[in-house]
Each structure stands twice: as structure tokens, then as C-alpha cells.
Design a protein. Structure first.
Length: 446
């Protein structure tokens, strides 16, 4: 058995190698972390163990991601999105749950268990989807915004689903129902408390901290706020991520949002990478040992992704009135999630559903998460192919924007001013093979 230090070194070495490789291939970095977890995890080489500490750090990475996203969403914007969050989000969860609950009933599962079964499949991975949408600059596009609204509602919907699963496992209907109501009430109070603290205490607190001019104190305060809000949310029975998101949303209204984002980003990126590694560790390759088991898992994967995409697209259509945007949203939401894995694990451990159904389903959910970078990268092409549509011709503004993005992706130097000194620097850069952009009062020069 390797020591913790040796495990950490191997994990870091594998991450550095694969992240470098996938970036060379212009693929998402999350794919590299997923592969690291898959190869080094307990179900493959067994170099890195899937411990409680690893899972906790991974959950904190998701909390940091939601915190930074909360910095970009002001409270008025969230109130303006209430129709999408509580309308579209509820429709997506209800439609997908009903569809797969009916399938589960056809497979011989009891109705209440089938509801948990359908709820598990209705969940999508908040961390995977938001990270990919942010990387692709699609989080503020129509399909990204609608997917984000559904994910927020799923974080809330997980609580009653998990309470129902616990009730079925314990077979104590009355006490479990009372406990479920208590959890929901505590969750609402916790959310109100986080909003109140963020509204009236965070601005003066950061005003005092910023005036101390101590960078480490500012960073420590940001970490304290993120972890405290996530902890309160977790104690109330909700997810770490939801409390962190609300805290970020409150701080997003202050003048320190950019400083806070810069302070928290290194922690977020490292811990989020660990989350993707932990997802890769979940894939048990031993469950795919025979061709029959592999065929069942792949069939479940195709069914899960396809039906989730269709159901999400259908409920999205009235909110966007565009088949193309609705289908893109459905494709984004077709990925499974960690909440679904948790619910399926409860069903499996309690013996509420046949192992021959739940075990391949777990593999299918994890496979959908592992393949999520590829699915999300091609969501536009898949949507156009399914609708038999051709991409519209670019306008002059879109062509200019595309050219700007192409230049921005190349290594170049920006010169502010193109007078005598600027022109001399430009000549030196050209002689050494560097591209440059020169900004001058007379216009842009290349």
C-alpha cells in the first residue's frame, strides 16, 4: 500500500501529464482529470483510494465553483429568473422522473421506489455542466442560462427524493415524513439566514478587511465565507454548493467581487480538478467484465442520455420558442449526476431494486459523466443534425467576433500606444517572430 505522499505525487504527475496532453489536443481539462481518476482509481490500478476526505474535498471544489458563479449573478437577476428556476426546473424534474418511474414500474419496481429511481435519473451534475459551459463561454447563452436554472432546482429537489429513499429503506413512513418536513423547513430557514447575513454583514466586513491591506487576511476571509455558508447549507440538509452560491450572489453586489474572484480561483480550480478525479474513480470496470454486462450498460447509457435530452427539450420549448435552443438545452441536461449516484446507492444497499437493474444504471450514469466533455463540446452540431438544419451564414459582426477570438487564442503582445517607442518595440517583436496588436488613438494596428 502506497503512502499518502506517494499517492499524492502519482496523482499530481498523472494530472500534469494528461492535462498537458488534452490541452494540446484542444480538449477540455475536465476530461484529463476524469481519465486520471479512472486509471488510478480503486477499480483500475488502485493507486489512489476513494476516501471520505477525498470526497469532502471534491464537494468543496463544487462549492467553490458555485460561489464564483454566484459572484456573476446578482439578486435582482436571480429574482428575474424565478420563472425558469421554479417553473422550468420543476417541469424538467417532474417530467423526467415520471418518464423513468413508469419505465421502472414496467421493470417490476414498486411505485414509491420507482419514483426515487426516476428522480435519480432526473439529476444532472452541476459541477460538470457549469464548468464545461463556463469553459465554452456558453453559461450566459440561452441554453446555458436555462440549464443553470434547472440545476439550481435539482439541488432543492434532491432533498425530498433522498428523504423518500431513506423512508423506504427504513420502512418508517410516519417518522420519515416528519423528518422530511423538518429538513425542508430547516433548509428554508438556513437559506433565509444566509441571504440576511450576506445582505447586511458581508459588505461592511469586507470593507474593513480591504482597508487592512493584508492580502492573506482578505483571502482567509473569502475562504471563511465560502466554507461557512456551505457548512450551514449542509447542516440544514441541503447541498454544500447551494449555500456557497447564495453567498457568492450576495458578494457579487459589492465592489470587491473581482478581488474575491481572483483570491478564490486557485482553490476552486484545484479542488474542482479533484472532484473530476473522484468521478472517474466511481467507474467500476469490473461491472463491464462480460460482453452481456457491457451491452446492458451501453444500452442503459444510450436510453438515459436520449430520453433525458428529449424530455428536457420538450419542457424547455415553451420557455424559448426555438426548437434549436430547446434541443441544445436538452442535450446539455442529458448528463447524469452525483446526486443520482447517491440515490441509486441507497436503493442498492437497501435492496429496494434488483441489482441487475441498479448496478448497470450506476455504470451508465458514471459513463455519461465521463463522456460529458465530448457530449457538451458537440451539443450544437448534434442539435443541428437532429433537426436537419444548416448553420446560418455569419453576419459581419459575427465574422469580426470570430476573427477576434481566433487572434486571442494565439500568443501575442498588446502594445498600448504606437508612437515612436511603440513602433520600435513592434519592429523588435517582429524580428523575433512575435505577433502584436497595437492600440493607438488613431485606431487598431496589427
Amino acid at each position: 500500500m502506497l503512502t499518502p505522499l506517494a499517492q499524492a505525487l502519482i496523482l499530481l504527475a498523472g494530472s500534469v501529464f494528461l492535462v498537458t496532453l488534452v490541452r494540446r489536443l484542444a480538449l477540455p481539462t475536465s476530461l484529463a482529470y476524469l481519465l486520471v481518476g479512472l486509471v488510478l482509481g480503486p477499480h483500475a490500478l488502485g493507486v489512489v483510494s476513494d476516501s471520505g476526505t477525498t470526497r469532502l474535498l471534491a464537494e468543496l471544489g463544487v462549492a467553490f465553483l458555485l460561489f464564483t458563479l454566484g459572484l456573476e449573478f446578482s439578486l435582482p437577476r436571480m429574482l428575474a429568473m424565478r420563472r425558469e428556476v421554479f417553473g422550468l426546473g420543476a417541469l424538467q424534474v417532474l417530467a423526467t422522473t415520471a418518464l423513468f418511474a413508469a419505465i421502472g414500474r414496467l421493470l417490476g419496481i414498486g411505485w414509491l421506489t420507482a419514483i426515487v429511481f426516476g428522480g435519480a435519473i432526473s439529476m444532472s451534475s452541476t459541477a460538470l455542466l457549469l464548468q464545461q459551459l463556463t469553459e465554452r463561454s456558453e453559461i450566459n447563452r440561452t441554453h446555458g442560462r436555462l440549464a443553470f436554472a434547472m440545476l439550481l432546482f435539482q439541488d432543492l429537489a434532491f432533498v425530498p427524493f433522498f428523504a423518500l429513499a431513506a423512508m423506504l429503506a427504513a420502512r418508517e413512513d410516519r417518522s420519515a415524513l416528519t423528518e422530511s418536513v423538518e429538513v425542508l423547513g430547516t433548509g428554508v430557514l438556513a437559506l433565509v439566514g444566509v441571504l440576511a447575513v450576506g445582505r447586511w454583514l458581508l459588505r461592511p466586513l469586507f470593507h474593513e478587511i480591504a482597508h487592512s491591506r493584508l492580502r492573506e487576511l482578505f483571502t482567509l476571509t473569502v475562504l471563511l465565507v465560502v466554507l461557512f455558508s456551505a457548512w450551514v447549507s449542509h447542516l440544514s440538509g441541503l447541498s454544500f454548493a447551494l449555500g456557497a452560491f447564495l453567498a457568492g450572489m450576495m458578494l457579487g453586489e459589492t465592489e470587491y467581487r473581482y478581488q474575491i474572484d481572483a483570491a478564490i480561483r486557485p482553490f476552486r480550480d484545484l479542488l474542482l480538478g479533484l472532484f473530476f478525479v473522484s468521478v472517474g474513480m466511481l467507474l467500476n470496470l469490473h461491472l463491464l467484465g462480460t460482453p452481456r454486462e457491457l451491452a446492458i450498460a451501453l444500452l442503459m447509457l444510450v436510453t438515459l442520455v436520449g430520453l433525458k435530452a428529449v424530455s428536457a427539450a420538450l419542457v424547455t420549448l415553451p420557455f424559448t420558442h426555438s426548437r434549436f435552443k430547446a434541443l441544445r438545452t436538452g442535450i446539455v441536461m442529458s448528463i447524469g449526476g452525483e446526486f443520482g449516484i447517491a440515490l441509486c446507492t441507497v436503493l442498492l444497499q437497501a435492496g429496494l431494486a434488483p441489482e441487475g437493474i441498479v448496478e448497470p444504471l450506476l455504470v451508465a450514469i458514471v459513463l455519461s459523466m465521463v463522456l460529458s466533455p465530448l457530449i457538451l463540446n458537440h451539443n450544437k452540431r448534434v442539435a443541428r443534425f437532429m433537426l436537419r438544419e444548416h448553420a446560418p451564414l455569419l453576419t459581419s459582426a459575427e465574422r469580426e467576433e470570430a476573427a477576434t477570438h481566433e487572434i486571442a487564442e494565439r500568443e501575442h503582445v498588446i502594445l498600448c500606444g504606437f508612437g515612436r517607442v511603440g513602433q520600435n518595440i513592434g519592429r523588435v517583436l517582429e524580428s523575433h517572430g512575435f505577433e502584436y496588436l497595437a492600440l493607438d488613438v488613431r485606431g487598431l494596428r496589427r
